[in-house]
Ligand binder design. Structure first.
Ligand code: FES
Length: 270
């Protein structure tokens, strides 16, 4: 984990209300694992100073500008504009100073991706699944189920397709892909691939539904939890979730930022 004072390389709206920001991030292609996140802070006077957590969408290199300039190493985050912090973020441009603390947290267990895998992403929850899909040795055995309320929530489909993974899109209002919840698609795909391991990230109602489906079928599930995080390093305890076996007499709490954000579903209390 490092704290980088760095700059924004680009910041573009990719769907109404969704932005994709590329940030100069030395060492991240070597250090970042699928499922990890960064704490991001805008460095500008008179702006809110709180760090905010963002899953890493991908890490890569931009080509060198000329013979003397080395390639630029970057990460990308994707965010939805939902409040004052993300409203400030959408106004950032090339060269604006920002701070990155990371990479943080645990990642997905790549040993589980041999064989069939089903990745389930709801809305912005799709973000940490891209690096996971990139890391799968046999992409043709992986499927990505992408769900949202409407077509605006469906992002980066072609990039997943370019990896060679099969994609299924669903929206609650039927404006893109199948009409209905992504969990309905999951049930259908699990009938075709009963041995598949499942990896999921998205809003809590979706995660709870995915957990129930997988538990009922005895399928291994890893979830990336989207808890609110203030510090990102285990200091504030603002991100705890209940561990498996939690009771009032014998409480069990796990920090999402240090033990997670990726957990085996069986390690959590539902
Ligand atoms: Fe502070 Fe996890 S965000 S302990």
């Amino acid at each position: 984990m490092k704290n980088h004072k760095t700059i924004v390389l680009s910041n573009q709206e990719v769907s109404p209300g969704y932005f994709r920001m590329r940030i100069l991030a030395p060492d991240y292609t070597r250090l970042a694992r699928p499922g990890q996140f960064v704490m991001f802070r805008v460095q500008r006077a008179l702006l809110p100073l709180l760090r905010r957590p963002f899953g890493i969408f991908r890490a890569g290199f931009m080509p060198a500008d000329c013979d003397t300039m080395p390639p630029k190493e970057f990460i990308e985050i994707i965010y939805k504009v939902v409040g004052s912090g993300t409203e400030i973020m959408q106004g950032l441009h090339y060269g604006d100073p920002v701070e990155l603390l990371g990479p943080l947290g645990s990642g997905f267990d790549l040993n589980l991706t041999s064989g069939d895998s089903i990745l389930v992403g709801g809305g912005i929850g799709l973000v940490p699944l891209y690096m996971l899909a990139e890391s799968i040795a046999e992409p043709s055995r992986a499927e990505v189920l992408i769900g949202g309320r409407c077509r605006d929530d469906i992002i980066t489909v072609t990039e997943f397709e370019r990896l060679g993974v099969r994609t299924f899109v669903s929206t609650e209002d039927g404006s893109l892909g199948d009409r209905g919840l992504v969990t309905k698609v999951l049930e259908q795909r699990m009938e075709q691939k009963p041995q598949a391991k499942v990896f999921a990230c998205g809003p809590m109602p979706m995660i709870r539904a995915v957990e129930k489906i997988c538990r009922d079928k005895g399928v291994h599930l890893q979830v990336s939890m989207e808890e609110l995080m203030a510090c990102g390093v285990g200091a504030c305890l603002g991100c705890v979730v209940k561990g498996e076996g939690h009771t009032t007499e014998k409480p069990s709490y796990l920090c999402t930022c240090t033990v997670g954000p990726v957990f085996n579903a069986s390690d959590l209390a539902w």
